[in-house]
Design a protein around this ligand. Sequence first.
Ligand SMILES: C[S@@+](CC[C@H](N)C(=O)[O-])C[C@H]1O[C@@H](n2cnc3c(N)ncnc32)[C@H](O)[C@@H]1O
Length: 199
Amino acid sequence: MTTFETRDPTDQAFWSERFDRNFMPWDKGGVPAALRDFVAQSSRSAVVLIPGCGSAYEVAYLSEAGWDVTAIDFSPAAVGAARAVLGQWAARVEQADFFTFTPQKTPDIIYERAFLCALPPRTHAAIAARWAALLPPGGLLAGFFYFDDAPKGPPFGIAAAQLDALLLPYFERIDDRPVIDSITAFAGKERWQVWQRLA
Ligand SMILES: C[S@@+](CC[C@H](N)C(=O)[O-])C[C@H]1O[C@@H](n2cnc3c(N)ncnc32)[C@H](O)[C@@H]1O
């Protein structure tokens, strides 16, 4: 069994240790179908921010679609892993802490995958508030939300009512659908949702 030195997912060392040891059970190794559908259905390119991007496969995909994407991760090992797969788009990944990062451009869209569920529930209100602060009225929070009631994580699942309580003060949900290509760890427990920032 794999054992790790670090136990606190709010510390970048937790994630760096796992990237360094190539233990990333959350890593999809590619771009999820729902994001591809979302891009295909969008009428214009957008400025996108990806917090907690990990390997950041989505950066190459969105960049090649003509979207202006910035991805951040506070783990230097994650940033290194992302840059290693991104080739010409490597500079679009920055080492930064989501809670203090200020983007150069206001995002139209924040893309979420396995960031909220990476961090313990005591941080979730701060994440929701930061999403809301970063997006302008009409801006979109789009991505994957992991629903589960297991007490331990990561991943830290959330109940549907808890997600509503977190987001409805700032956002209206405008899309909600099952996910067809989940990795094993999330299968049957994640949904693709799009939330629009209220005025
Ligand atoms: C479970 S991984 C998900 C990575 C990626 N989004 C994916 O779908 O594969 C969570 C990532 O969030 C990053 N992270 C956690 N807290 C962060 C913070 N405060 N600021 C930036 N990145 C953070 C971790 O370093 C890790 O790479």
